[in-house]
Write a protein of this length. Structure first.
Length: 269
């Protein structure tokens, strides 16, 4: 399993995250026995430069260079099982792993929509780039996954063609909506692509921080929800199988099960 913010986690928190992952796999196996889901379709690209790996994934999945409308739906369409983490695992942004050849991404439910999209792309980077490791970790692996996510969500070609050299704050706030990313993430990407000077980058970061974009995303987009779980839970409801029934069958706390649903509400269950 590839953990984010591993250094911030105590052994107890790590054990709780691992236990949650194991329970989610059990639930997912139960769902997969009832419904047919897309088979995993992830390129395995260990050793690739992150920018090239992101371009390869886009090409294999037929994305071209257009903005990705919904990252969660994209991952689910290619066989990735995406779930959310309960709130008390607040020091864990996201983590990913393979279980029985199926890729899983588990994400914090506390992040903004934009940052959650970046987390999902980051974990896809781990699955694609570090698939040979049981637990990819360390600063180098995290930096590679970050560069992969930035390149996947903000491809170099169209970003360079958007006229963002020496971008101003209004330009960043406009184009972050186009790519569905945090303002800080776009600003960092512009510097990475040499579209900002060092001074211009620092100045934009100061302006964004003063405007509240350092810790949040004012006026941001809603968090993405799981289409895969929405459809499965809807079909279960038609069979009169509810949250309590599933929890009882799997010996899982109903509140715990509810917390994994990635935006699917209690009413839907």
């Amino acid at each position: 399993m590839g953990f984010r913010a591993l250094s911030k986690m105590t052994a107890r928190q790590r054990d709780a995250a691992l236990n949650t992952g194991a329970q989610i796999v059990e639930f997912d196996n139960w769902l997969s026995a009832k419904f047919k889901f897309p088979a995993p379709d992830l390129p395995t690209l260990p050793g690739y430069e992150p920018e090239m790996a992101a371009a390869t994934v886009r090409a294999k999945w037929g994305l071209g260079e257009q903005p990705i409308k919904n990252v969660v739906h994209l991952l689910e369409a290619h066989g990735v099982r995406v779930y959310s983490l309960r709130d008390d695992l607040k020091d864990l942004d996201a983590f990913s792993f393979f279980a029985e050849a199926n890729p899983f991404v588990l994400m914090s439910a506390r992040k903004t929509g934009e940052r959650s999209r970046f987390d999902a792309a980051h974990e896809l980077g781990h699955l694609v780039l570090h698939c040979e490791h049981e637990r990819p970790g360390g600063p180098e692996a995290e930096a590679e996954a970050n560069r992969f996510a930035a390149a996947l969500l903000m491809p170099a070609g169209p970003v360079k063609a958007a006229g963002l050299r020496n971008a101003t704050l209004p330009m960043v706030l406009r184009w972050k909506q186009v790519w569905g990313v945090a303002a800080m993430a776009l600003t960092h990407r512009l510097q990475e692509l040499d579209l900002l000077t060092e001074w211009g980058y620092r100045d934009l970061c100061v302006q964004l921080s003063k405007a509240g974009f350092r810790r949040s995303e004012p006026g941001g987009m809603p968090r993405e929800k799981s289409e895969r779980l929405r459809q499965a839970i809807g079909l279960l409801r038609e069979e009169r199988i509810g949250l309590g029934d599933i929890a009882s069958t799997l010996s899982i706390n109903p509140a715990e099960l509810k917390s994994w649903m990635l935006g699917i509400t209690m009413q839907a269950l």
